[in-house]
Design a protein around this ligand. Structure first.
Ligand SMILES: Nc1ncnc2c1ncn2[C@@H]1O[C@H](COP(=O)(O)OP(=O)(O)OP(=O)(O)O)[C@@H](O)[C@H]1O
Ligand SMILES: O=P(O)(O)OC[C@H]1O[C@H](OP(=O)(O)OP(=O)(O)O)[C@H](O)[C@@H]1O
Ligand SMILES: O=C(O)c1cccnc1
Ligand SMILES: [Mg+2]
Length: 553
């Protein structure tokens, strides 16, 4: 067995073992009860029982009606590397001192070589109660995968969905930057957020490691500390080691030449502009003459930041450089952005520098989906939003609630009953098809047993609500798509994984296949998840079989 295992590990290497997003992702990153159950399965001779588990969620997040599916590639990497090390076994042995010795031999020899994993495509829009993942294999082994798979899918999908909602709220023209590292739930939360927000529709991140690790474009401006670290223009000195292309003294003189003119045009009292802030902008421009973007709100956007920036921008222009723009990080962002744009236009006109009209305006400060919608309604001049806390912590809804449920053992269906009808899960080994209209819009997702005939293009069929008998409809699909593909099997990885860029495009495409009323913010229409007539009867017969008939006394 040990030899078989090492051959298997070699084969996996040949297929290219990918590094997980975080090496904390390992078999012991699980709940204790998975190990406890594995032992009890082993004790009762269930090692070879063949189980089917579904991973799904019950309700879309953020009071919405769609979810972006993310985290799949990490699940496959987890399966690739699934193996208990000798130190894992030693630790567990200490935790369960009275366990039969044979179990440790069993546990140290298991891996995912007998597991198969079917999944929806990562990046697709997905819906409640449909299996995102179908995981099959020896009961104890698949059981041992539960918690880690849930951990890998839940946050990834939640934050990708949040990002997609922010994207929908602003439209496609505005740049969205993820600034959440400092506020995220720990280092892994931050890295995952950067990665999955990019898939969901963000254009870049401030997180440098995410840039290095995933190739996500990195962006950044500067902070208030940089501004308040300077007190006067004299604070900016030439660095004798620097060899900068701009001579500091010459640049200061140019800026001080422009400042009174700018102040007079903008009706600002020159003495009220903060000279420490001016110094900071000068220092930043000297360091980054081609990418100069200044934070305006340390003292007063209108009475200080704006004239200071414009004086620096005009001085840069004298030297042949184009400043990039400004960032606003407090106050009424709609109002201030309009004020900034108006000032840019005035200066552009006054000095015949038409390109200055379109200086970039970045806004940040506690922005959430509602702020984005409200700003849009008010009208604003913001080109780019930097968003941290609300995005990465998913403040509106902190968890997606994916679950992992047993649906079959040795080809016999299993279902978990619940007092709450909505919590009943669909038993059996199932596939999911997406049915499309002639316009290319998704009409419904159809859940059926794997041994049923697939739905046929151009053939009218009846589909049913899984629980409500009276809810039935005929549908004649223009296109059908089997959403489940096998990603992992005995030979290892079975599909090529898309790049992050391709995933991002896929998500944008998948969102376009959704009707607008399903995506709207207020009272969105639920997307239909249906079952075949066969699946309906299969579910309801099994349900009746499982529910005891009460006796009234
Ligand atoms: N025009 C606007 N419409 C709706 N919400 C806005 C608008 N402008 C800013 N906001 C939001 O209002 C809130 C303002 O918060 P708050 O009053 O705490 O910030 P501030 O005092 O302006 O800045 P800070 O405390 O960070 O210096 C932020 O969440 C911001 O995103
Ligand atoms: O507001 P978020 O969406 O989380 O975006 C990130 C925030 O982080 C930065 O400053 P920080 O909040 O650390 O300090 P500040 O609020 O005092 O500017 C930045 O200026 C943003 O305000
Ligand atoms: O680059 C920025 O402006 C930035 C980055 C992270 C957080 N707040 C702002
Ligand atoms: Mg802030």
């Amino acid at each position: 067995m040990a030899e078989e295992l090492s051959t298997f590990m070699e084969a996996r290497k040949e297929n290219g073992v990918h590094m997980p997003i975080n090496n904390v992702v390992q078999p012991l990153l699980t709940d204790l009860y998975q190990i406890t159950m594995a032992y009890a399965y082993w004790k009762s001779g269930k090692m070879e029982d063949q189980a089917v588990f579904d991973l799904f969620f019950r309700k879309n997040p953020f009071r919405g009606e769609f979810t972006v599916y993310a985290g799949l590639e990490e699940c496959v990497k987890f399966l690739q590397n699934f193996h208990y090390s000798s130190s894992d076994i030693a630790y567990l042995r200490g935790t369960f001192p009275s366990i039969d010795e044979g179990f440790w031999t069993y546990l140290s020899n298991i891996d995912a070589s007998q597991v198969s994993l079917h999944s929806m495509p990562e990046g697709y829009i997905v819906f409640p109660k449909t299996p995102l993942l179908r995981v099959e294999g020896p009961l104890p082994v698949v059981q041992l995968l539960e918690t880690t798979l849930l951990n890998l899918i839940n946050y990834a999908s939640l934050v990708a969905t949040n990002a997609a909602r922010f994207r929908i709220a602003v439209g496609n023209k505005i740049k969205l930057l993820e600034f959440g590292l400092r506020r995220a739930q720990g280092p892994d939360g931050a890295l995952s957020a950067s990665k999955y927000c990019y898939i969901g529709g963000f254009d870049g991140t401030s997180n440098v490691l995410a840039g290095k690790q995933f190739g996500i474009p990195v962006y950044g401006t500067h902070a208030h500390a940089f501004v308040s670290s300077f007190k006067s223009v004299e604070d900016v000195k030439e660095n004798s080691n620097g060899g900068s292309c701009i001579k500091v003294d010459q640049f200061k003189a140019l800026v001080l030449h422009w400042l009174p003119q700018v102040c007079s045009i903008l009706n600002v009292i020159e003495n009220e502009t903060n000279k420490g802030e001016l110094a900071a902008f000068i220092a930043y421009a000297v360091a980054f003459p081609t990418t100069c973007l200044c934070l305006l709100d340390t003292y007063s956007v209108i009475r200080s930041g704006l004239p200071n920036f414009l004086a620096v921008a005009l001085a840069l222009d004298d030297l042949g450089y184009k400043a990039v723009g400004v960032r606003l990080d407090s106050g009424d962002l709609a109002y201030l952005s309009k004020k900034c744009r108006a000032a840019f236009k005035t200066i552009a006109k006054e000095f015949s520098k038409s390109w200055m009209e379109s200086f970039v305006i970045v806004a940040s400060n506690d922005i959430n989906e509602d702020t984005l919608r409200s700003l849009k309604e008010q009208g604003h001049e913001i080109d780019s939003f930097g968003i941290g806390t609300h995005l990465v912590t998913c403040q509106k809804q902190p968890a997606l609630g994916c679950v992992f449920k047993l649906v079959a053992v040795n080809d016999e269906p299993r279902m978990k009953l619940s007092e709450e009808v909505q919590k009943i899960n669909l038993p059996g080994r199932k596939d999911v098809y997406r049915l499309y209209s002639a316009e290319g819009l998704a009409v419904l997702d159809l859940v059926q047993l794997t041994n049923e005939e697939p739905p046929q293009v151009g053939v009218k069929m009846m589909v049913r609500h899984p629980l409500v008998e009276s809810k039935r409809a005929y549908v004649c699909p223009h296109k059908t798509e089997l959403l489940h593909k096998q990603y992992w099997g005995p030979d290892g990885v079975m599909q090529n994984f898309p790049t992050l860029e391709e995933l991002k495009e896929r998500t944008a495409w998948s969102l376009k296949t959704l009707r607008p009323d399903i995506k709207r913010e207020l009272n969105p229409t639920p997307y239909k998840v249906s079952v075949t007539d066969t699946m309906y009867h299969f579910l309801h017969e099994l349900w009746l079989d499982h529910v005891p008939i009460g006796e009234l006394t």
